[in-house]
Design a binder for this molecule. Structure first.
Ligand code: GLU
Length: 432
């Protein structure tokens, strides 16, 4: 039976028909757009849009029940033209090689966007860390470190935390690396505990960097951060600390969420209470004084600033036209698809792209690496002041590039970053 036009629901379909959500292909599209603006040579484009080195490893791990389980892990080094590869390690059941390749490429552009002397890398292990004990995680981490050890090190490739890994993971990593090479190598990983060569301020750095660039963005939009409403998707390192720091600046966090769902309260949510509640209950859902909201609805709710701080491809053709925020600050990597970028830009929504908005983490990782190499440690105030300078300068550079070239902020950030890596590659020349 033919369906009359009238009977077709007008709502935006839940599944966008045309959009490719493979994150590696998305990362290449983002690169291609910048390469086109920069009119890069075709051969150079091929060099820059593919990873330099990929290592796939099996990670046999003794589980608490005595059985051995083999996890699959990856380390990808996308580019090292400007310095050693740098990037986190993710533990998640949905890790794929394509995802790690995309995340590694984003690290290259991120380090170049804020002009720190690193290339880009990323690691991942397919596992469900929420269902593993601490000792299982320790054994898996140590074996994963040992498997990728031939390609990592302070001058080669420096891991750090990412989704579901933390300073404890990095301590095990550093210890395993050090025991193998025969001396303590503090600079082999970043994001370590402070007493173990970690940097003051590193734990808060991703969220703090995001706050600094959002403050700058507010100035350009003549918006007041004080009193602005903020919705945050994700309550891990970036999201939970962003909730705290934005609240300290008198912004009002009206919604937060985690993998189990979200909560909102138009009068504001206390980030400390939320953290304590999540600590006890394992989720923010059900927090007293809030009502429930889904992760999808959080993204499109009425607010001034939206902070996606969880996983990739959450703002897509499906919901971009429904986003009501004036500023989207990407604390997560890859939350917005290229189609969604265009849709948001058309509506005058300013997206602070991941490679700028969440670069505070790797910038402070760079500070940590420098401190470790020198065995000379800085105060938290010193670290934060240096971070502020990098973030504010980088925002201005991206904003200027965006205005000069009439492109949105992501393409501007890519033009700056890809241009820097391209210049380094050309001036180094091709070996042999
Ligand atoms: N995983 C973080 C990111 O995606 C931090 C990387 C680092 O500090 O090396 O930027």
């Amino acid at each position: 039976m033919a369906i009359s036009a009238k009977a077709v629901p007008q709502a935006i379909p839940r599944i966008a028909p045309r959009e490719d959500l493979n994150v590696f292909r998305i990362s290449q599209i983002q690169f291609d757009i910048a390469a086109e603006h920069l009119k890069l040579d075709q051969g150079l484009r091929q060099v820059l849009r593919t990873p330099k080195r990929i290592m796939e490893v099996s990670v046999p791990t003794k589980m608490d029940n005595g059985q051995v389980k083999v996890f699959q892990g990856y380390r990808v080094q996308h580019n090292v033209a400007r310095g050693p590869a740098k990037g986190g390690i993710r533990y998640h059941p949905n890790v794929t090689l394509d995802e790690v390749k995309a995340l590694a490429m984003w690290m290259t552009w991120k380090c170049a966007a804020v002009n720190i002397p690193f290339g880009g890398g990323k690691g991942g292990v397919i596992c469900d860390p929420k269902r593993m004990s601490k000792s299982e995680l320790e054994r898996m981490t140590r074996r994963f470190c040992s498997e990728i050890l031939p390609i990592i090190g302070p001058e080669r490739d420096i891991p750090a935390p990412d989704v579901y890994t933390d300073s404890q993971t990095m301590a095990w990593f550093m210890d395993t690396y050090s025991m193998t090479v025969g001396h303590t190598a503090l600079a082999s990983v970043t994001g370590k505990p402070v007493p173990l060569g970690g940097s003051e301020g590193r734990n808060e750095a991703t969220a703090r960097g995001c706050l600094f660039v959002t403050e700058e963005a507010c100035k350009t939009k003549k918006m007041n951060l004080r009193g602005a409403t903020v919705a945050i998707q994700g309550f891990g390192n970036a999201g939970s600390i962003a909730a705290r720091l934005f609240t300290e600046k008198k912004a009002k966090v009206v919604a937060i969420s985690d993998s189990r769902g979200g909560v909102h309260n138009s009068r504001g949510i206390d980030p400390y209470k939320a953290a304590r509640y999540k600590e006890r209950s394992g989720t923010v859902v059900g927090m007293p004084g809030t009502s429930r909201i889904s992760n999808d609805d959080l993204l499109t709710m009425k607010c001034d600033i939206l902070i996606p701080a969880a996983l990739e491809t959450v703002i897509t053709l499906n919901n971009a036209d429904l986003v009501k925020a004036k500023i989207v600050a990407e604390a997560a990597n890859g939350p917005t698809t290229p189609h969604a970028d265009e849709a948001l830009a058309k509506r005058g929504i300013m997206v602070l792209p991941d490679i700028l908005a969440n670069s505070g983490g790797v910038t402070t990782s760079y500070f940590e690496w420098v401190q470790d190499l020198q065995s000379f440690f800085w105060s938290e105030a010193e670290v934060n002041a240096k971070l502020e300078a990098v973030m504010k300068r980088s925002f201005q550079e991206v904003y200027e590039t965006s205005r000069k070239n009439h492109v949105h902020m992501r393409t501007a950030a890519y033009m700056l970053a890809v241009g820097r890596v391209a210049d380094a590659t050309v001036v180094r020349g091709l070996f042999p």
